[in-house]
Every structure is written in structure tokens, then in C-alpha cells.
Design a protein around this ligand. Structure first.
Ligand SMILES: [Fe+2]
Length: 467
């Protein structure tokens, strides 16, 4: 099928359009290898699959000319016909790259930045984080410090003037598709930028590692895009990991660096906002996996109950059953000095009791767990939660508090009845995909690793805001 030739361009016509420097998007639809070995200067490699159809196409402004290039013009012709039926000003290179008789350039322009590399320099003043999602998406969650100009607005000269020329610009969207269109639109206006690879889904997988203490060694591993916290505790070369996140290999790397072996892996509860890597890490490290014996599982693990003790190196871990966020939530007290509180007690807040649809009953348990168990620990006990709110300022780059400080939360000064009344009336949006995440963590449905970034996109929402 040759398509409608009214919207085809030959090499000369496309060349003169490029020279005019009009706003235009030039997409190269060939395989990445073909693109790398020679492409038209100014073209961007694009995968035209069903996802792109859903995500990129509706966001291309109708007045911006789009030109598609493929191997021989066949597919580009069909897609541009389809795009025109949606009202877009789409064209294609007649005969594809086979007929292109002008110069080509090689390689893949460094238009992307890996999320780990962005994290390395996130506090650099020289960065300008340009989030091109729409306003609603942006207001829901964003990388702190980013500026929102939605994709259609990136094409207007008025908005272009808001983008600094002397900074490194990173374009951001959910998966990198819209950001790539933005990066290309900026490039056509002489502004260089980099697409955040994998978008916010990729950002949600960055892990930051901070050593908090020695003897026992406590290392905090944070999923920075979500504020999820996990911990490795090492005594005499034996490491345990609490609430491990994906990618699991990161913990093996940390243990190796510390000359330690991961012997035990524990979750505090069935998580609702991130995928536990406990099972994967147990496979990788050979360590034993432990889960709450007060919760139901459809995957095999050693089960822990209130009062159980686990030894590693010279350290001793004591299990405290603290229902409230989930019925089986556990806290882990190590050497009577450090308590890992899961989603029961946070630095700035407490856990939410409503993710299993029994808010009032769970709120009563939560009150008892907090007042009769956690707040009874020694006031200097260091508290390490599994999440932190985005406004919490870390201490020496780590997130922790003490029992003494936790007692100052206003909500923990209320009577039980006042507490329950207050807690059940707080409505906080639920974590995205929380039901599916719970099922995966429980073992009811299998985990498909490639799905993790999408499942985990968005902020953590396991705490009660504003308490
Ligand atoms: Fe949770």
C-alpha cells in the first residue's frame, strides 16, 4: 500500500523544510541499529507501537508538521495517513531512507540521561528539570524542583522564553515518549536537552545508599522517586535486609562492598505501594526469607510471630507484632537500640489503617501498637521507617527519628477514641496500583519484572498526611 501521495515529500522538499527551521518533528521509525548507522540530521528515533499511538500521538500539536521516515516509505506512508485522519499535519519521506540522497549522520545523539546519572547531580544548580506532562499529572506528583510546561505549550515561543539557555535541561514525562517530543521540539529551536530515560517510571527505580552507623553497620537504601526506605544491618560480616526494594542486585553489591554475606531477608508487612524484592534477593543471595506469620501468603517463607528472635553476627533481632497498618505488620527491634517500624511509625507521621477497607478496626489496633508497644521502647531508640514523606529533611542524608521525638506527634497525644475518630476521617489518595501490588507481594499473581517501574510510578502513600 503506497498511501496518499499528497503528503509525501521527496529528499529535496524535506531538505528545504529542514533548512527553513520551522517547528517540525522528524521521526525515524526504523530499527535503532539502522538509525545509528546513518540518519537525517535532526531526526529522532521513535518506536511506533500501540503505546506510542496512545501516548505520543494525542500530544503532538495539530499545527506542528510531523515527518516520518522509514526504510522504504511503506510503513511511514501508512502511519502518516492514519495520523492525518486524527487531524495531524503528518507527512512522510517518499521511498524512505533508500531514496534519501543527502547527507546522513551516524550514532545516537546523547539525548537521554539515565535516572541514576540524574540522581548523581540532582542538587546541581545548573539543572533545569522540565516536566512536560499536563498540569493535573504534574500536581499529583513530581520530581522536587521541576518546572511544568506541558508538551503542547513547549511549542509556543512565549513558553520557550521561560526555558534558560545556560542550564542543562532535562525533559520529563511518565515514560520518556512525550519528553522525547519535547527534546526534539527544543532542539529545533536551538535548545539542547536530555530526556529522562524511562521517564518518571525509570526515576521511580533509583536507589540511594547511605551508611548510618557502624557496629552494627546500618545502611539505608532509599528508592528516591518514592521515598521508600529499606535497610541492611551487618554484624560480624552477616547481613540482614529489611524490606528490600527492586532491583535486588543492589543489595548484593552493597553486601559485597561491606565484605558481608546476606543471611536473612525480612519484610515488615505485605506492602501496598512497592514490590518487595525479598524473594528475588533470597534467590540471588542464598539468604533465608522471613515474612509475617500474622498475614496470609501464597509463597513460601519462614514465618515470624510476636516475640520471635533472630540472631546474626553478634546482634539480636526481636519481632514485635504491631497490627494497624496491616493485620500482620511487624516491627523489628535490634540490640534494644534500633527499631525498624515498617509503615506503623514514620518520622513525620503514622501509618494509614485504611488500605484493607477496615479503617476503624485497624485504627484501634494502630493506637494499641503505637502506645502499648512502640512508644514504650527506650526513648533514645532510633526509629527507621519504611517510608518518608517528601517534605522530611534527612539527617546526614538518612531518614530516622527517635521514640522520644515520635512522641511529639500531635496525633499521638490524643485519647484512643479521639485518635480513632481523627484517623478514620482522614482521606488520603490510595497508592497507585495498590491492589495489584498487594497481590504480587502476597504471591497470588506472578511478578513480571518489566512491569515494576510502571506499577511503582507515583509517590508512596502509606502514611496519613498532615499528622
Ligand atoms: Fe505499607
Amino acid at each position: 500500500m503506497s498511501g496518499n501521495d499528497n503528503h509525501s515529500l521527496d529528499s529535496d522538499e524535506l531538505c528545504s523544510l529542514l533548512e527553513k527551521k520551522e517547528p517540525m518533528l522528524l521521526f525515524d521509525l526504523r530499527l535503532l541499529e539502522s538509525y545509528k548507522s546513518g540518519h537525517i540530521d535532526g531526526s529522532v528515533h521513535a518506536v511506533c507501537d500501540a503505546k506510542a499511538k496512545e501516548t505520543i500521538m494525542p500530544r503532538i500539536p495539530q499545527n506542528v508538521k510531523t515527518v516520518l521516515v522509514d526504510d522504504d516509505g511503506t510503513m511511514a506512508s501508512e502511519i502518516s495517513t492514519m495520523m492525518r485522519s486524527f487531524g495531524l499535519d503528518a507527512h512522510y519521506l517518499k521511498g524512505g531512507m533508500k531514496e534519501w540522497n543527502k547527507e546522513t549522520v551516524q550514532g545516537s545523539p546523547s539525548t537521554t540521561i539515565h535516572p541514576d546519572d540524574l540522581w548523581e547531580k540532582i542538587s546541581d544548580d545548573n539543572l533545569f528539570l522540565l516536566d512536560v506532562r499536563n498540569k493535573d499529572e504534574f500536581s499529583d506528583f513530581q520530581i522536587p524542583g521541576s518546572v511544568n510546561i506541558s508538551l503542547p505549550d513547549v511549542f509556543s515561543s512565549e513558553n520557550l522564553s521561560k526555558i534558560p539557555k545556560d542550564k542543562e535541561i532535562i525533559t520529563i514525562c511518565p515514560h520518556g515518549n512525550r519528553a522525547m517530543v519535547a527534546t526534539f521540539a527544543l532542539a529545533r529551536n536551538g535548545i539542547q536537552s536530555h530526556v529522562l530515560e524511562g521517564g518518571l517510571a525509570g526515576w521511580s527505580q533509583v536507589l540511594n545508599v547511605v551508611k548510618v552507623s557502624d557496629n552494627p553497620t546500618i545502611i539505608q537504601i532509599e528508592k528516591v522517586g518514592k521515598g521508600c526506605l529499606s535497610h541492611m544491618v551487618i554484624s560480624e560480616g552477616q547481613a540482614i535486609v529489611i524490606d528490600p526494594l527492586f532491583p535486588a542486585k543492589k543489595y548484593e553489591d552493597i553486601a559485597k562492598k561491606e565484605d558481608a554475606k546476606i543471611v536473612k531477608i525480612l519484610d515488615t508487612h505485605q506492602h501496598a505501594d512497592h514490590i518487595s524484592s525479598a524473594q528475588k534477593l533470597a534467590e540471588l543471595s542464598g539468604g533465608s526469607m522471613y515474612e509475617s506469620g500474622h498475614e496470609e501468603w501464597e509463597r513460601s517463607a519462614n514465618l515470624l510471630k510476636d516475640g520471635d528472635e533472630i540472631s546474626f553476627g553478634k546482634s539480636k533481632l526481636q519481632v514485635i507484632h504491631t497490627p494497624g497498618h496491616t493485620p500482620g505488620s511487624l516491627c523489628y527491634l535490634i540490640d534494644q537500640k534500633y527499631v525498624f517500624t515498617g509503615d506503623i511509625l514514620f518520622i513525620e507521621s503514622i501509618g494509614r489503617p485504611d488500605l484493607r477497607d477496615k479503617a476503624e478496626e485497624f485504627a484501634r489496633h494502630l493506637y494499641d501498637s503505637l502506645h502499648n508497644k512502640l512508644l514504650k521502647l527506650h526513648s533514645e531508640t532510633l526509629v527507621f521507617p519504611t517510608h518518608h514523606g517528601m517534605t522530611v529533611v534527612p539527617e546526614n542524608n538518612a531518614y530516622f527519628t527517635t521514640i522520644e521525638k515520635a512522641k511529639q506527634h500531635d496525633i499521638l497525644k490524643l485519647s484512643k477514641e479521639e485518635f480513632v475518630k481523627r484517623v478514620v476521617h482522614i482521606t488520603v489518595p490510595r497508592p497507585m496500583n495498590y491492589q495489584k501490588i498487594i497481590q504480587i507481594n502476597k504471591g497470588t499473581i506472578p511478578l513480571i519484572p518489566i512491569d515494576i517501574p510502571d506499577l511503582e510510578i507515583g509517590p508512596n502513600r502509606c502514611s496519613i498526611a498532615g499528622t
